[in-house]
Design a protein around this ligand. Structure first.
Ligand code: HOZ
Length: 433
């Protein structure tokens, strides 16, 4: 669907998208970008700096997507760009160990105490896919438990009742996933304590791993109820299953040690992604040494990758992590989060709306429902048409939110009070429209 306004406002983007659809399925390389959750067409970006992105039609936007998480210091921070430039001068890929991989691994293990050993990969999808294989190899069991609306990348076994683009496009169970594989994945509603207890009672001995986003952020953003994560920890331990946290978006963002630090829960395995690449493609999975030692070449579980530990990605990621630590960015992220929350809440008040706003640190979601929102079903009570109208009004006013009700928003240390003032004004107008 093309809205006439978006074509008129962004003619060059429209032209490029028309060509894109000819050569790329759906015109995009990742489905959420196609804007099907909100209608209209995507805009094409040529440049990003601090909290702003610039499109091919010369329009500028305050960006609240931040490349889906990695732009935690804003776009193109000088320390990261300089580190990448210097690394590029030394070579682009070696296919043989380089010292920065070890430095990255050491940093991850130091910051996230549940991780004693870590393997670096190229994306969050690779991280969860490999962690699931490892969990199966380590436990000798096949069954995986996941939660409705949680999204763990496009891994066969995990594309069952999945969130993010799968949910936005109404296909949470992907075609092409063999039934025999999907049958090995059991899904439950998030926060369903009784369901989890019953499942473990019935088939706890079959479960290799329980995988979840400890802060679900792919069906909007909602939170675990008090005691839910502790219950999962307890049941996994009791039944010999592994607890696998997908911290691709929360890792190094909600706290130095991720959501597991915030909630004080120790998973057996953790999947990490995006943020440790500082904008370049990186993922990682790690956990207890006795589990990780099952990986090839020490153990029987195979996993590999030519670009894993790539020197440019390591340089970018390390520069970003060091800067986060040097500036204790988490304090600043909380400040920016609080400013943003105040701006949105004042816009809601002025517009006379009682929508549900969730935030933890620099991650947020505005659900177009009175709420409460605590799982996929309650997230789906949101008025998606109203969200779409809001999204486009904001976009046309120069504020870019994620193009789906079922995605989280991201703030960075680069968002300024001026960005917040502009956002408050634009969102108020959009809510009133
Ligand atoms: N899976 C991402 C959102 N949760 C979207 C990735 C992208 O389109 O770049």
């Amino acid at each position: 669907m093309t809205t006439p306004e978006s074509t008129a406002l962004r003619p060059r983007s429209h032209e490029i998208f028309t060509a894109a659809r000819r050569y790329i399925p759906g015109g995009v390389n990742s489905p959420v970008r196609a804007f099907r959750g909100v209608g209209g067409e995507p805009f094409f970006v040529t440049r990003a700096e601090a909290a702003h992105i610039f499109d091919v039609d010369g329009r500028e936007y305050v960006d609240f997507v931040g490349t889906w998480g990695p732009a935690i210091l804003g776009h193109a921070p000088a320390v990261v760009v300089e580190a990448v430039r210097a690394a590029a001068g030394r070579g682009l890929s070696f296919g043989i160990p380089n010292p920065d991989e070890v430095e990255m691994a050491r940093t991850i293990c130091e910051w996230v105490p549940s991780i004693e050993k870590v393997r670096l990969v190229n994306s969050g999808t690779e991280a969860t896919m490999s962690a699931v294989r490892l969990a199966r190899g380590f436990t000798g069991r096949d069954r995986i438990v996941k939660f409705e609306g949680c999204y763990h990348g496009h891994v066969d076994s995990l594309l069952v009742k999945a969130g993010s683009g799968a949910l936005t496009h109404g296909r949470p169970d992907s075609a092409g996933v063999p039934g025999v594989l999907a049958d090995l994945t059991t899904t439950l509603p998030f926060n369903d304590e009784a369901g989890v207890r019953a499942l473990f009672e019935k088939s706890g001995g079959e479960i290799a791993a329980v995988i979840l986003e400890p802060i679900p952020a792919n069906a909007g953003l909602f939170f675990a109820r008090e005691g839910f994560l502790a219950l999962l920890r307890e049941l996994c331990t009791q039944h010999g299953a592994l607890l696998l946290f997908d911290e691709v978006m929360t890792g190094f963002r909600v706290a130095k040690g991720g959501a597991q630090e915030v909630y004080g829960i120790t998973p057996d395995l953790t999947a990490l992604g995006k943020v440790i690449g500082g904008g370049l493609p990186v993922g990682a999975f790690g956990g207890r040494a006795e589990i990780m030692d099952q990986l090839s070449p020490d153990g029987p579980v195979y996993q590999a990758g030519t670009l894993s530990g790539n020197p440019l990605a390591m340089a970018a990621g390390l520069a970003q992590l060091r800067e986060l630590e040097r500036t204790n960015a988490w304090t600043r992220l909380e400040e920016v989060g609080a400013e943003f929350e105040a701006a949105v809440k004042s816009a809601l008040r002025r517009a006379g709306r009682a929508y549900t706003f969730h935030r933890i640190g620099s991650m947020f979601c505005l659900f177009f429902t009175d709420g409460p929102v605590y799982d996929l079903g309650s997230a789906q009570t949101s008025d998606r048409a109203a969200f779409a109208r809001f999204f486009h009004a904001c976009l046309d006013g120069g504020v870019y939110f994620a193009p789906s009700q079922f995605e989280a928003g991201f703030l960075s240390t680069a968002h300024t009070p001026a960005d917040m003032a502009r956002t408050a004004e634009v969102t108020t107008r959009a809510l009133l429209a």
